[in-house]
Design a binder for this molecule. Structure first.
Ligand SMILES: [Zn+2]
Length: 103
């Protein structure tokens, strides 16, 4: 007798393996949300730890303007333009409004 049967299980096994590999490459739809919340530009106001990235509503203002509100010691960096987050920008705008001698 010729052992024909030996061929069939081997083939079936091969196919089964192929199917399994295919099934494994399924979902990569994981959305990493923490990536959105992490910024690159920190706010330059010393007491503040909010991101000042543009996509978070951050602004850059001249350091002179920032010093008017927070003082030299109130800023983390000594650069021409500092980056501030949205809440700080609003604070700054408000403080500026209160100054009558700005006109
Ligand atoms: Zn800030």
């Amino acid at each position: 007798m010729i052992p024909k049967i030996h061929v069939q299980p081997f083939t079936a096994l091969g196919m089964g393996f192929k199917k399994k590999t295919r099934a494994n490459r399924v979902p990569k739809a994981k959305k990493v949300k923490s990536d959105d919340e992490e910024g690159e530009v920190p706010c330059d106001v010393a007491k503040c730890e909010i991101w000042a990235d543009k996509r978070f509503g951050g602004r850059s203002i001249a350091i002179d303007n920032a010093i008017d509100v927070w003082g030299e010691d109130g800023l983390k960096r000594d650069v021409r333009r500092v980056r501030i987050c949205r809440p700080c920008y609003r604070e700054w705008k408000k403080a500026k409004k209160d100054e009558p001698d700005q006109y």
